[in-house]
Design a protein around this ligand. Structure first.
Ligand code: SF4
Length: 256
């Protein structure tokens, strides 16, 4: 995670390739918030982070999430109405379908916590829009419990201001990635394992932030805060606080 103006690295997260990046958004923002005097105007992230869960977490921190949600689909692709065609009424916790009928809450899945809503059988059976809505006798909808935040994120993602802010994301963070890979060896892992990869990433981040101190005119205090946090994170990691149980217990090779 990097500051949009100074391009200082504020947080680092290392995950295995088979785990979704999505779940890393909130912890890394919380780490960065410890370094800042107040919440940032916005946090820009790519589409992988656009979910109701992340949108709700950012709302509760008074941060605007700039991450365009994927277009919703049904199992028929574009043939049926998607969840976007159903208007959500957060106050009454129900949807209004394209034919203007109510789709009401029924149950919540125990395992994944997804909420199910369904239309009345009597409404659907004589509906002229049924061929565009469902093959079943009535339409069901499944959403996460953070659906209201996702609706707001979708609405926001259509504004010009959102699009402008999103366009600023790639030059900043992709530039930082490229710099780390091309000039500081982050393109290859020095050692195997998440723990050692995190050490490498933190060291490279610290070097990049030192370069910013030398070259930019951003406030020195911000840079020193960022550096202190990275060094603290590295130190606690080296002492074993964050060590991944799958890694070898010794970090001596990387230090030597
Ligand atoms: S089929 Fe049912 S849910 Fe779909 S538009 Fe018609 S009334 Fe609404």
């Amino acid at each position: 995670m990097a500051d949009g103006k100074a391009r200082v690295i504020l947080g680092v997260s290392v995950t295995p390739a088979n785990r979704h990046d999505h779940d890393e958004a909130v912890p890394i923002v919380d780490e960065a918030l410890k370094l800042l005097k107040g919440p940032p105007e916005a946090v820009c992230a790519d589409k992988a982070y656009a979910s109701g869960k992340n949108a709700q977490a950012m709302e509760s921190r008074r941060i605007r999430l700039i991450s365009p949600p994927l277009k919703p689909k049904t199992y028929t692709g574009d043939e049926f109405f998607t969840i976007e065609d159903f208007e959500y009424d957060e106050e009454n916790d129900q949807f209004t379908c394209p034919a203007g009928r109510q789709v009401t809450y029924t149950t919540t899945e125990k395992k994944r916590g997804r909420r199910t809503y369904r239309a009345r059988r009597s409404d659907c059976c004589d509906c002229r829009l049924k061929p565009q809505c469902t093959y079943s006798e009535r339409r069901h909808l499944k959403v996460t419990r953070h659906h209201a935040s996702l609706v707001r994120l979708r609405a926001d993602s259509k504004t010009e201001d959102f699009k402008k802010l999103y366009a600023t994301r790639a030059p900043v963070i992709e530039g930082v990635f490229a710099e780390a890979k091309q000039w500081h060896g982050l393109g290859r892992a020095w050692r195997r394992g998440l723990s050692k990869m995190l050490v490498q990433s933190l060291l490279v981040s610290a070097i990049i932030n030192f370069k910013r101190i030398m070259a930019t005119n951003c406030p020195l205090s911000t840079l020193l805060f960022a550096l202190r946090a990275l060094i603290r994170q590295l130190w606690s990691h080296l002492r074993g606080a964050d060590r991944c149980p799958h890694d070898s217990p010794s970090l001596q090779p990387i230090l030597g």
